[in-house]
Design a protein around this ligand. Structure first.
Ligand code: UT7
Length: 334
């Protein structure tokens, strides 16, 4: 069977920096509260007119260039987002058009913060099965247009940011001497917690899907039971990491880098403590970008590579937890 290498990464964040101080003009909050509870100092928001596709396109182009391939070599697009530009069609087809590639397949993934981990698992399975050779996996989120900037939404609105990240996965012959591979993945869901972190509207199950009355109640904004999500996140992050290590027969101390979904610095620190990971074994950029949902892991991965935190042969774990609940991990030999 063929192995799978990540041959290129890329990311894009909007230029507009929104500091914690700036959020005070809309809601009752403070820099101190946000930093203490989440570790976030600032996040990026798009300027009006920018789309999810614009950010995804920029990240994808960077990954394609980094891989040293032509966009025409892509066989498939896997696109993870909870913020598609439209209710349908999904953003995969928009990226197929904006990249100007042939009529290749485009799969949209709706697994929230775990979207990129699901995407990598899916792309790796496509490649290992022989169906495709080169797959683009993208996570892109334009969240700033959907935030409740009043006090009602302050628990979530201070956390979320905009951005996009991408990776190119390609078949590699193990005979070539390359050790790169997606060694194991674990994917989970638990729908009984769907309403602990969700955005109810527009809802296909409601007549009219969205009405002024429902909007007045704020039901088109994301809602979260922060404490419940936090508690589950720490447990599930740890379980997912353990699962992929066990599947591949790898021990914790062999991990070079964990790239967690950037949900909250306190969650990352709690996971690092349980696994007795040294600071250099964990990547965090939530301080600068906030929580960018499906984009957070590929943005972090792209930055980690550019900072020289990963070289070929290293073991890296991507791990995520989020709305659904969904959670999972990928263990990758870089
Ligand atoms: O990416 C998907 C996964 N998402 C997550 O993993 C997020 C998980 N949850 C969290 O990160 C944390 O629960 C939060 C950062 C959202 C909140 O931190 P917390 O320590 O759990 O605070 P809390 O929700 O218990 O709220 C404490 C207080 C409340 O006031 P009272 O009731 O104690 O008077 C909130 O109303 O903080 C208040 N509060 C705020 N104060 C200032 C909530 N949001 C804010 C705010 N600024 N933005």
């Amino acid at each position: 069977m063929t192995n799978v290498a990540i041959i290129g990464t890329g990311h894009h964040v909007p230029e507009r920096v929104v500091t914690n101080e700036e959020l005070k003009q809309w809601m009752d909050t403070s820099d101190e509260w946000i930093r203490e509870r989440s570790g976030i100092s600032e996040r990026r928001w798009v300027t009006p007119g920018t789309t999810t596709d614009d950010m995804a396109h920029a990240a994808a182009r960077m990954a394609i260039d980094d891989a040293g391939i032509e966009a025409s070599e892509l066989d498939m697009i896997v696109f993870a987002t909870i913020n598609p530009d439209h209710f349908f069609p999904g953003n995969g087809v928009l990226l197929q058009k904006s990249l100007g590639v042939d009529t290749i397949g485009a799969l949209d993934i709706r697994n929230q913060c775990t979207g990129f981990v699901y995407g990598v698992a899916t792309a790796a399975a496509y490649i290992k099965s022989g169906l495709y050779r080169t797959v683009l996996v993208v996570g892109a989120e334009l969240q700033s247009s959907s935030l409740d900037l009043s006090d009602r939404g302050r628990d979530i609105s201070v956390l979320f940011g905009d951005g996009a990240g991408a990776a190119i996965l390609q078949a590699v012959d193990p005979e070539s001497g390359s050790t790169s591979d997606v060694l194991a993945s674990s994917l989970h869901s638990q729908g009984e917690n769907a309403r602990e972190l969700w955005c109810e509207l527009p809802a296909g199950c409601l007549p009219g899907r969205i009405t002024p009355e429902l909007m007045a109640e704020g039901r088109h904004f994301p809602l979260m039971n922060g404490r419940a999500v936090f508690k589950h996140a720490v447990i599930r992050f740890c379980q997912a990491i353990d699962e992929v290590l066990e599947k591949a027969g790898v021990t914790r101390d062999e991990i070079k880098l964990v790239v967690p979904h950037q949900a909250n610095l306190r969650i990352t620190e709690a996971v690092a403590k349980r696994f007795e990971l040294r600071p250099e074994q964990v990547f965090s950029n939530i301080q600068r970008y906030g929580n960018t949902t499906a984009a957070s892991i590929p943005i972090a991965l792209s930055e980690a590579v550019r900072e020289g935190r990963l070289v070929r042969g290293d073991l890296v774990v991507l791990v995520a937890f989020g709305s659904g609940f969904t959670w999972g991990a990928n263990l990758i030999r870089w």
